[in-house]
Design a protein around this ligand. Sequence first.
Ligand code: HGY
Ligand code: MN
Ligand code: MN
Length: 418
Amino acid sequence: MGVGMAGSGTSSLGDGIVARIDRLAEISETPEHLARIFLTPEHRAAADLLLAWMREAGMSAHLDAIGNVCGRYEGDRPGLPCLMLGSHFDTVRDAGKWDGPLGLITAICCVADLHRRGRRLPFAVEVVGFADEEGVRFASTLLGSRAVAGTFDESVLGAKDRNGLSMRDALVKFGLDPQHIGAAARVRRELLAYVELHIEQGPVLEAEHLAVGAVTAIAGATRLAVRLTGMAGHAGTVPMALRRDALTGAAACITAIEEFCRTDPDGLVGTVGYIHAMPGATNVIPGQVSFTIDIRAPTDPHRKLAVADIVRRIEAIARERQLALQIDVTHENRTVPCAPWLKAQVSEAIAAGGYRVYELPSGAGHDGMAMIDIADVAMIFVRCRGGISHHPDEHVDAADADAGARVLLRMIENFRPL
Ligand code: HGY
Ligand code: MN
Ligand code: MN
């Protein structure tokens, strides 16, 4: 099965976490490039392993209606509202093994430590592993946490993956009922708060020589899908002046997006992470190109203005080049503040561990952006080497994993509801 629970004493929490991170990372679409995508056999295998670890940690555990793994460790009497912990266990493609799993496995190990000591608290502790935070397969993200928050948008059930399979059919194939997703929803009175530990995915804590930090807010994001349609043709016979080349048009758009974001003075970031040219033959002028855009900024008004500006530039390029344009917003998340009262308890736990308290925003998105609809949220960041993430070189030292775990465990044991 796998890795035993952390040994005695919290000093080996980090070792137990690292061993499980490695064990979970073995579950991947291919051994060469880590990928664990929503509603795939890897999702199922990872869920089975995580449910087993939750039960070993003294929790009752089940798979919910959208494929999240949910564990509950009762308080000093049954049926109490819970402090909810968690993170996601899906990954991007060619991923690092810490983004998501660190927070989820750390939460399980903290509960296991409570269980080992027979510690019961005046509230329950729940741990949720979200099945789709990255949105790799169906473009929209936070599917698992939105289902828990009761804000799952059923219109996405029609979204298709790159093989043309709809989310609805993928859920059925996985053994879940698309009509039943509402059963995953929780209500505010059941949760005292939501706290997520996560790797920073940036270089700030490393630059500050700190193992942990307290998150102030989670930056919002807008994702768009763009499709440019020109005219396919023979690479050898169509003069340049007569072409309506969709790929060179996309290249002009992508360069314009980079230029616009690069020259923005206030931290705007824009990414084109995926492009597909059709028909995709060396000797054929591309007739149609699809690509994605991810736009983020420190504030929502800034991001929204930037998106409008970028869309206008793309429209102008399409007009100039006589290309048909289809542009859709596939995902929009507002910036989410961490609750001051809860962030203060994160800072308290950091300080009690002997660390300098350092607060920082999250440029990356997290499940707290959905959970905010049913609970106040806070996050603990753990240093990752070089700030590298969404890359196989993503890495967390065992000592930092241990530090993060001890901060989370201390926060749990000292938690005071609002
Ligand atoms: O894209 C993000 O910010 C997150 O990793 N899903
Ligand atoms: Mn990620
Ligand atoms: Mn993540």
